[in-house]
Design a protein around this ligand. Structure first.
Ligand code: BGC
Length: 587
């Protein structure tokens, strides 16, 4: 993986409001057909999913209208315990004792037949937090588990109202489990304490042509793509399952760094198409009509490099200049999107860097424009893009609670601190939500969703600040309060002090389809000294803990852990540190 380049640009930036969203999940699925007092046929399905941390929770609620079109809705239910709603989005909630009433907002009043609207809320509670089991929609009592399709011989399985296999849904993570890679899982479980997270889903990286059939890499092992897909069908067991696969083999890969240089030379676009993307598409097409929802992460770190690491930027590299000039990143991404997007159950998510890379205003819009260009290249159309993923294999914190853009400390704006360095964002959540809006503005579908890789952005452990820093200077304030303990935001290789971040979860926030662990924790970002290998991987001094940096990390120390193996190989010491510094902590 490469990365970024700071790009200070101290112009002001007016933050726009966040997009309303359609995020939402399901845990309890209630399919209900109501008998209508009027002539209109009514019926609905309510998916209610909890994200519960013991004393508080968020709930995401999705209403699918199985009856005649509705314009204006009220969904009501009773809590079984003392749950208290504290705030809500995409709906207006009122609570009276245990009774809750949720009504539409201006933008989601209408629900066509078979359409879905979603809202969410946050709450507190003590004791138990059972999901409600009965809902009314517009006053009509819905008494759970009534089969809307009397012809269905097995009304409970799959859940009535779920789309047929192969049909795309708005958020593939909603109502689905996610594939656990048995090879990563075994590596994690073999580490002391690793059992605690070994059942978490991680991405399957196809990081070279031989990975499609399976090779002997320590982390890919003998499982090829087809083996993983067959295993995924076993794990799915007839229910929807997300299979996360990373497409990562562009010609001239990782043009601003060396640690993840790949096997294809800068001009080998033909091999990329014929020997890499086409075989992957052929295999995936064999699983088109199944319960798998195939989420692709398309080409980490590629397009942003063409914005930030090219002439005349001081961060330019010859390799990135070449990849911009020959067009093979744009062509390759477009081709991947077109070929994979032609498969009905594939959900393409394009890699979008992270806030410490394209969060500066002179990178932000230019990146979004380039993503749009790539989505129209090589036969692709924006419809082939289901969303974008931020922070893949990076370490940027989700949210920094202890300082904010817009604050002024000791007469200086937070943006002026060395850490923020005029970036528009302080964390990945704000960045991803704002980028979503920007991308919609560029022409992408308003339903696109974002993923955030939280595999290694936890920053817990004893050094995690529990409040803001001193207000003596803006640097003291930001440095004393920030969770992200990197020496510099541009550092990217095997960062010392990092921990596992939020566990993978569906629809955690508006606009965010899921938090995912796309980078498998414990797999190295690059070797800390040169190591011969046959994978095309180079040695990047950003992975050497003694390196004093370059223009892309503001000439700071690399912050890398010592004794790291080649990128992608298992790095036990890093895994141990990620466990120890997990945030939220491992229970
Ligand atoms: C490496 C890949 C590896 C991936 C996931 C990248 O940095 O270059 O070979 O599959 O990380 O660990």
């Amino acid at each position: 993986m490469s990365t970024p380049p700071r790009a200070a640009n101290p112009r002001s930036w007016a933050r726009r409001g966040l997009a309303a969203t359609s995020a939402v999940v399901l845990g309890t699925t209630l399919a209900v057909t109501t008998s209508s007092p009027a002539s209109a046929a009514t019926g609905c399905e309510v998916d209610y999913q909890l994200n519960d941390w013991g004393s508080g929770f968020t709930a995401n609620v999705e209403i699918t209208n199985l009856g005649d079109p509705v314009n204006g809705w009220t969904l009501e239910w009773d809590f079984a315990g003392n749950q208290q709603v504290t705030n809500a989005w995409n709906g207006t909630l009122t609570q009276n004792g245990q009774s809750v009433s949720a009504t539409n907002t201006g933008h989601n009043a209408a629900i066509a037949t078979d359409a879905t609207v979603a809202f969410g809320f946050q709450g507190s509670y003590s004791g138990t937090n059972e999901a409600p089991t009965e809902f009314t929609l517009n006053g009509v009592l819905c008494q759970g588990q009534v089969d809307p399709d009397p012809g269905d011989p097995d009304p409970g399985d799959p859940d009535p109202g779920d789309p047929e296999p192969g049909q795309r849904v708005d958020n593939p993570y909603v109502g689905a489990n996610v594939y656990v890679n048995p090879i990563w899982s075994a590596n994690a479980a073999a580490e002391p304490g690793g059992e605690a997270v070994a059942d978490e889903p991680t991405g399957v990286w196809l990081d070279r042509i031989s990975a499609i059939e399976g090779n002997d890499s320590p982390t890919t092992g003998s499982m090829g793509l087809r083996d993983h897909l067959d295993e995924a069908l076993e794990q799915a067991n007839g229910e929807p399952l997300v299979f996360q696969v990373v497409i990562y083999n562009l010609p001239g890969r990782d043009c601003a760094a060396l640690a993840s240089n790949g096997e294809l030379g800068p001009e080998e676009i033909g091999r990329y198409k014929n020997d890499y993307i086409d075989p992957i598409a052929d295999i995936l097409a064999d699983y088109e009509d199944t319960e798998l929802r195939i989420v692709t992460t398309v080409e980490i770190d590629s397009l942003p490099n063409l914005v930030t690491n090219v002439t005349p930027r001081e961060t330019a590299t010859d390799n990135c200049d070449q990849m911009l000039a020959n067009g093979n990143y744009v062509e390759g991404v477009g081709y991947a999107l077109a070929q994979l997007g032609a498969i009905d159950n594939v959900y393409n998510y394009v890699d979008a860097g992270h806030h410490g890379w394209i969060g500066w205003e002179n990178n932000f819009t230019a990146s979004a424009e380039l993503f749009y260009e790539a989505a129209n290249a090589a036969g692709a159309s924006p419809d082939d893009v289901h969303g974008f993923i931020a922070n893949t294999a990076n370490y940027s914190a989700l949210v920094e609670d202890n300082f904010a853009i817009g604050e002024t400390i000791a007469g200086q704006p937070v943006r002026q601190s060395s850490w923020v360095d005029w970036n528009q964002f302080t964390g990945e959540l704000d960045f991803a939500q704002a980028l979503r809006e920007e991308l919609v503005g560029q022409g992408f579908d308003s339903g696109i969703g974002m993923l955030i890789d939280t595999s290694r952005n936890g920053w817990g452990g004893p050094d995690r600040p529990d409040g803001p820093g001193p207000t003596t200077s803006v640097d003291a304030y930001v440095d004393g309060g920030r969770y992200d303990r990197r020496i510099h935001l541009g550092n990217w290789c095997n960062q010392a002090g990092a921990g596992l971040g939020e566990r993978p979860q569906a629809a955690p926030e508006p606009g965010i389809d899921a938090y995912v662990w796309m980078k498998p924790p414990g797999e190295s970002d690059g070797s800390s000294e040169p190591i011969d290998n046959d994978e095309g991987k180079g040695f990047d001094r950003m992975c050497d803990p003694t390196y004093e940096g370059n223009v892309r990390n503001g000439d700071n120390m690399s912050g890398a852990l010592p004794e790291a193996p080649v990128s992608g190989h298992w790095f036990s010491a890093q895994f141990q540190e990620l466990l120890a510094n997990a945030y939220p902590p491992i229970q």
